[in-house]
Design a protein around this ligand. Structure first.
Ligand code: SF4
Length: 354
């Protein structure tokens, strides 16, 4: 069966006309799929039943996710849900909301999506990395995470403003399905989110970065660096082997040159591991002069007993970067009390199920 949520608008035109229907039926289908939250074929009232029957006969379906668990932070700004697509596909998605700026009435609502079940990259401080890799998600499963939150938000008159591909998994290790999902989510005839509202985060798959630079997409790129030298980085990201820090920075420069969009370097600050001012100086040295932006993420306590540095150490690290002329911010913390570390919720629930 083929899920209608993986069919791009241009493909939908071909599908619909191939079934002997007028092209405007494709528009009706897309409108229903992306704005009416149908859960099954029979919910597609916008098209005639003969067409629904023809779609089923041709092998099409509407996949549906089930929400199996939900936790909301005390301030109500972070919601983490566990979605089940089938027995082997259980993943997390997180909604983070930020207060509206003065000229806006709606909060900024960012959904953090997953692209894999587990992750092959094995970052030692990450609960998902410690699960190992189970499978790639399909484009329709990535899209469904977004639509699930879009539906929740629409019921309170709000909408998704941003997407970050920073949930479970490495997006560029599931490149084709990730890009198909981005196209579906940004196509004006499908979900229609602005491309610049999307950030794809990678731990550093260089062929994927170069490939992404060649796409006709305006998405932002974030590279999770976590260390300024190969020795330290390999301890934190054991699979980093083939790609040196130098190679990664060169790839970021190529991406900027080709797209005109600056790359953000994400840096998880781990107490006593990569958070000294000496390491900050080294980081400032390698990033200086290339217009990079560094986003420091004091890490949530998670796998491997790693701890978050205290505020004083975080600010000292930031100051060294700023003194070195490197643009740097500290990420606003969201949802620490609901185990916002990626993979944590799924891990906890799986233990309970077992
Ligand atoms: S931090 Fe990201 S890339 Fe690393 S193991 Fe976790 S999910 Fe994978």
């Amino acid at each position: 069966m083929i899920d209608l949520y993986r069919v791009l608008p241009e493909e939908m035109d071909i599908l619909v006309t191939g079934l002997g229907q007028p092209r405007y039926r494709a528009e009706q289908l897309l409108q229903a799929l992306y704005h009416e939250s149908p859960k099954k074929m029979s919910d597609l009232h916008q098209v005639p039943s003969s067409m629904r029957d023809a779609l089923v006969k041709a092998g099409y379906t509407i996949g549906s996710e089930n929400e199996v668990h939900r936790v909301v932070s005390e301030d109500g700004h972070t919601t983490k849900i566990l979605l089940k697509f089938d027995e082997k596909t259980l993943i997390e998605t997180v909604l983070m909301q930020y207060s509206p700026s003065q000229d806006k009435t709606h909060p900024r609502s960012t959904v953090c999506v997953s692209t894999q079940v587990g992750c092959p990259m094995g970052c030692v401080f990450c609960a998902t990395g410690q699960m190992g890799f189970e499978k790639n998600l399909k484009a329709e499963e990535i899209v469904s995470q977004v639509l699930h939150f879009a539906h929740i938000l629409s019921q309170r008159g709000e909408h998704i403003t941003n997407l970050v591909f920073m949930g479970m998994g490495e997006p560029l290790a599931n490149y084709d399905e990730t890009i198909r999902a981005v196209r579906l989510l940004t196509h004006p005839r499908a979900f229609g989110l602005g491309q610049r509202s999307i950030t794809i985060s990678t731990v550093g798959i260089i062929p994927g970065i170069d490939h992404l630079a060649d796409e006709d997409l305006q998405v932002k790129l974030a590279i999770s660096l976590h260390a300024p030298n190969d020795e330290l980085r390999k301890k934190l990201v054991p699979t980093a082997g083939p790609h040196s820090v130098e190679d990664l920075i060169a790839a970021a420069k190529r991406y900027f040159k080709k797209t005109g969009r600056r790359v953000t370097f994400e840096y998880a600050l781990i107490d006593g591991i990569n958070d000294s001012t000496k390491v900050a100086s080294e980081l400032a040295y390698i990033l200086k002069g290339n217009g990079a932006h560094v986003n420091l993420i004091p890490m949530n306590p998670t796998a491997g007993g790693f701890q978050r540095p205290d505020r004083k150490r975080v600010l000292a690290f930031q100051q060294v970067l700023r003194n070195g002329d490197v643009n740097c911010t500290v990420r606003v913390e969201k949802g620490a009390e609901i185990s916002a570390a990626c993979g944590q919720l799924r891990t906890d629930i799986m233990k309970k199920i077992r």
